[in-house]
Design a protein around this ligand. Sequence first.
Ligand code: NAI
Length: 251
Amino acid sequence: MGKLDGRTAVITGGASGIGLASARRFAAEGATVVLWDLNAESLALAAKEVENDGGTAHVVEVDVSRRDSVEAAAARTAELAGAVTVLMNNAGILDDYAPILETDEDLWDRIIGVNLTGVYRVTRALLPAMLDAGGGTIVNTCSIAGLVAGGGGTAYTSSKHGVLGLTRQLAFDYGQQGIRVNCICPGAVETGMTKELFAAGEAAVMDSVNSVPAGRYAQPEELANLALFLASEDSSFSHGAAFVADGGWTI
Ligand code: NAI
């Protein structure tokens, strides 16, 4: 028996990196996964990966920073796969480690719009059906940048601190209605988002693998294992909490 048998899971940013690794993990545990992402082509490739493992995947094109797009995606998801009882808010974008004087309003709005307002919008769109279904689990992808400064620039760090606050407030407000909410706080993970950065050794704290006590960056699958723990009943008394997986970066 799978840990997510009978569940429908939406994973935003599900076409690559941590989102795709989590989708594969959730599907392997019996969930029907619905991948939400920007681009039809990468979504199709991602769905194929889930299906090659023997899982069931649907895809929905969406821009989580746009309200109309999120509402349309929620409606399409209901048609495709019924009520969602697992939500992983994972879509995110990184800035170029910009301090505030280099963070113009466009950059600020773009990062906050995807990383924080996106979580707000997607959760608002899917939570009513989750409540109607009797409950569910929400896993937000935060970051060590949600806990400490220096893991990202001004907008990214602010957005991720916001994700932690939103996680806690959601947990506070909806725990008694059967909604369990937690977030994961990865350190440096080798994905499309960080590939060039790591190669160039650019970001303030991501300048060297030697900054990580574990002596290496993470693979997306290592975060997927944590996401599965939080999405499933294995974590039944974890609520409103932030789970760090950073190879010791913030110790
Ligand atoms: P990734 O770039 O491989 O995946 C992010 C996905 O989000 C992409 O498929 C992208 O198309 C999608 N996306 C971006 N903007 C979107 C939008 N407006 N609407 C819908 N989808 C959108 O990167 P990764 O690393 O897998 O990132 C996943 C999450 O993990 C992000 O929230 C990121 O901030 C977080 N994170 C990543 C870390 C890392 O070192 N890679 C460290 C800490 C947190």
